[in-house]
Design a protein around this ligand. Structure first.
Ligand code: SAH
Length: 384
């Protein structure tokens, strides 16, 4: 039997993989049908680009920590729509080394007398562990999400962990003392290494901080970005906006083919990463700004500025009306929309196609096998 047909033992309880037990080729067909159904009224939807190996693609692995009824320390995922923790030993979409690190941490807690956090009483220390691995660099960041910054024998803990996994390049304490389901709190304290890792994409090196967004499937991300940059048809003369730019991945990968890149991003840590990423890659024609992309575009439009190409890669909720109205005013000849949600993409396409643009190409890329998610690259140009 093909590996992707094997059903995960906690599939039902975890709820993370909606397509468990379905052969990968059938998953792709389902996604194609769904995305075509939503978007074909704007343009013919190209065949989805699937993964060569649909397993263990996630470079970011998260586990929530708790105790079972017998008091044993467990780690895994929240049962769908609840706060009950389902123990997960092996997940077929997550990076295997990162999973091994999490299991090792679980087994170390007792001897270090570290208590897991209890959501009801607010007692205990360790809430979650997040591991991020640069697949190209093999640099690993371990984030210990804790309720208080006092972590007993932290140096010995790091030493013991790194003895087993010398490739761990940084360990960060993230302080989350809030009673919310948000995994990360606001404060990051590196207790080993520099507090960030690097990865390589499209020939550029990217620094990634704990709070910065970074695509979870780097193999498919290269395909996604290359498609987006290809659609932009850059000649070296263009003024380019990279909206919702994260750590600058798309803009910096395109910088060599453009006159100027201007990136805009809300998350402060991500913008800081983007500025440093430009410098570390010796890219001199890229600038990054922190703020709301809609506000930024509105100001640019009000100042009578022009843009030739706009890359936009908003979160699942899609873009804002303010952003789209300003985009129309800036009047780029090409808009390359990268979307992780075809439903909100359709809402934004509805606006743009009624405001002077026409959809020319739609390319779905599968970045999330076994789940219902996918990415779409969409090219719009002016409707002459
Ligand atoms: N283009 C990047 C990031 C895409 S994810 C990449 O490919 O890695 C979407 C990004 O939009 C996140 O980094 C998020 O922090 C940012 N974001 C969310 N709301 C925003 C807003 N209103 N204005 C600007 N950026 C926003």
């Amino acid at each position: 039997m093909e590996i992707q047909n094997i059903k995960c033992s906690v599939a039902k309880k975890c709820g993370g993989c909606q397509y468990q037990g379905i052969p990968y080729q059938d998953q792709l067909k389902t996604k194609q049908k769904k995305v075509s159904g939503i978007l074909k009224k704007y343009c013919n939807v190209k065949p989805i680009i699937g993964m060569k190996d649909p397993c263990h693609y996630r470079n970011k692995v998260h586990a929530v920590f708790d105790r079972d009824k017998k008091g044993n320390i467990i780690c895994g995922t929240y049962e769908a729509n609840t706060h009950k923790v389902v123990p997960v030993d092996e997940c077929m979409i997550e990076d295997q080394i990162s999973q091994e690190i999490i299991r090792t941490i679980r087994d170390m807690l007792k001897s270090f007398k570290i208590k897991t956090y209890d959501e009801d009483t607010g007692y205990g220390l360790l809430r979650h562990v997040l591991v991020r691995r640069g697949f190209a660099t093999n640099e690993i960041m371990v984030i210990l999400v804790v309720s208080s910054p006092v972590f007993p024998s932290k140096n010995n803990f790091v030493k013991a962990l790194r003895k087993k996994f010398p490739q761990i390049s940084t360990v960060v304490l993230n302080i989350n003392d809030r009673k919310t389901s948000m995994v990360l709190g606001d404060r990051d304290i590196p207790i080993y290494g520099k507090g960030f890792i690097h990865d390589v994409l499209c020939g550029c090196t990217f620094r990634i901080s704990p709070q910065s967004f970074y695509q979870v499937n780097p193999v498919q991300t290269e395909i996604l970005y290359k498609t987006a940059i290809d659609y932009a048809e850059l000649s070296g003369r263009e003024q380019v906006i990279d909206a919702y730019c994260g750590i600058g991945t798309i803009g910096l990968s395109a910088a060599g083919k453009a006159k100027e890149i201007i990136g805009i991003e809300l998350n402060k840590d991500a913008v800081k990463d983007a500025i440093i990423n430009a410098r570390e890659n010796k890219i001199k024609n890229a600038r990054f700004f922190q703020g709301d992309a809609g506000d930024f575009m509105e100001t640019m439009a009000a100042e009578g500025k022009h843009s030739d190409v706009v890359f936009m890669d908003p979160p699942r909720t899609g873009s804002s009306r303010k952003f789209l109205a300003s985009l129309k005013k800036l009047g780029p000849s090409r808009i390359v929309y990268i979307s992780c949600n075809p439903d909100t993409l359709a809402v934004d396409l509805e606006y743009l196609t009624h405001n002077g643009y026409k959809v020319r190409k739609i390319q779905p890329v599968d970045m999330f096998s076994f789940t219902e998610h996918l990415e779409v690259v969409c090219l719009l140009t002016k409707d002459k």
